[in-house]
Design a protein around this ligand. Structure first.
Ligand SMILES: Cc1ncc(COP(=O)(O)O)c(C=O)c1O
Length: 436
């Protein structure tokens, strides 16, 4: 492929400062293992697994071969009223990883679609059980649930909402759990479990049978890594169960080993009713998302519907696309054969040592982390977010790709990372942050 881009103007990049990018484009033309390569052949260490996608490292030949073979054999199947064997094999493989009972899988093409799909499943479930008055949703301040209208309405990040008006009625936000008392805590903080009681207040506010579902990221990722306080998720689970509210874990970042187990639900020992997932499901090699659903939720919706018509009027042209299924099946095989979740779990201690080792830098405001996910927050400059942006540019110049949100660098190496890779990530972070 041509390495030169003649015209940068027409492509409108998402979540990007387009004017800055077009003045100073940062392009990748190749990737391998832990690295990206620029058009001039510069090697960039990937500190965020792409966008938390490429947990098995980049350009795995097994995945490329599976996708190529699939496209040569069966490139597309209509997803409504038709299907193909890969979709069923993948649903089985996903259900083998999800917590027991969450064994029905609805496929879509992204994390955002997974979230909006889960919202609709929750509503349809309550309608099927003659509790259709349950149409409030609860999420959290600082949450990120993708960018479709439902997910944006659930979102708790002001910049992601402010241009888009009222979005959806009936959304209530729990307080976030980033407490100053838990600053510089490795793993789960001691303070804050009681914040889950906001949900009880919402039940009192809107009525006993009005809330359909609560959406939380077990670890809030995109806002800058907020690990739940000890006891918090258990408390949410208990309140949801008490009031017949569905609990949805949005595991688009946490899912597939990031926390050391297949899902954060297992790492934290709390079982939700639905799990949304995407990203590392295909190692990032194909767009795909999914929602895992408790058995009786699936049955309630399917069995309440009359025969002779679809039971759930929702789905995408590309739901369970054959190439995405092939990529996901090959990815899950790699995770299994190479025991990558266990590898990530074993590496976590070393990784967190290195990340918390940066806390002595005067410009570091906080370090947070769990598993192979860490947030390094720098003290704000003239305006919030400027330093974060500057930091990712400084790191890129040094040879490290990381995702930043506001003033937080989000570090999430692939599970194949060596200790030397972790050392390099920490060194480049130290040098760049020391310049503030
Ligand atoms: C928790 C969570 N939900 C949803 C999404 C949206 O996923 P996508 O960008 O694939 O639509 C993300 C993306 O980072 C996420 O972190």
């Amino acid at each position: 492929m041509d390495m030169k881009v003649e015209n940068l103007e027409q492509h409108w990049l998402p979540f990007t400062n387009n004017r800055e990018f077009k003045r100073e484009p940062r392009l990748f033309v190749r990737a391998s293992g832990m690295h990206y390569f620029t058009p001039l052949g510069r090697k960039i260490l990937d500190g965020s697994s792409g966008l938390f996608t490429s947990a098995a490292g980049h350009c795995r030949p097994e995945i490329a071969a599976a996708v190529a073979q699939q496209l040569e054999t069966l490139d597309f199947t209509p997803s409504f009223q038709r299907s193909h064997p890969g979709a069923f094999a993948l649903a089985d493989a996903v259900a083998a990883l999800t917590p027991k009972g969450l064994d029905h899988v609805f496929f879509c093409n992204s994390g955002s679609e997974a979230v909006d799909t889960a919202m609709k499943i929750a509503l349809a479930y309550h309608v099927a059980r003659r509790e259709g008055q349950r149409n409030y949703f609860v999420s959290r301040e600082r949450a990120y649930h993708g960018v479709n209208i439902g997910g944006t309405a659930l979102s708790g990040i002001v910049r992601n909402r402010e241009a888009f008006g009222a979005l959806m009625p009936g959304i209530l936000h729990l307080r976030h759990t980033l407490l100053p008392e838990n600053r510089m805590t490795r793993g789960m903080g001691a303070k804050g479990a009681e914040l889950a009681e906001d949900l009880t207040r919402f039940v009192s506010l809107v009525g006993e049978r009005r809330i359909a579902a609560v959406f939380v990221e077990p670890i809030a990722g995109s806002t800058g890594v907020i690990v739940p306080p000890r006891g918090y998720l258990e408390r949410l689970r208990e309140i949801c169960t008490r009031h017949g509210i569905l609990l949805v874990f949005d595991e688009v970042i946490c899912g597939f080993g990031r926390t050391g187990e297949p899902f954060a639900a297992q790492s934290f020992g709390v079982t939700p009713d639905l799990i949304t997932m995407a990203k590392a499901l295909t190692n990032g090699a194909q767009p795909m998302g999914a929602v895992a659903v408790r058995e009786d939720i699936y049955r309630s919706i399917v069995e309440a519907a009359p025969e002779g018509a679809p039971e759930f009027f929702h789905g995408y042209t590309y739901s369970a696309h054959p190439a995405a299924c092939a990529a996901a099946l090959a990815t899950l095989k790699i995770y299994r054969d190479e025991q990558l979740f266990a590898r990530g779990r074993d590496l976590s201690g070393y990784f967190l040592d290195k990340m918390f080792g940066l806390s002595d830098l005067p410009a570091v405001a906080d370090v947070r982390g769990f598993g192979l996910l860490a947030g390094i927050e720098v003290k704000p400059g003239k305006a919030a977010g400027l330093r974060g942006n500057e930091l990712q540019a400084k790191l890129y110049d040094r040879g490290l790709h990381v995702k930043t949100t506001g003033d937080v660098a989000i570090i999430a190496p692939a599970f194949i990372a060596s200790r030397a890779d972790i050392d390099s990530i920490a060194e480049m972070l130290r040098e760049a942050i020391a310049e503030f």
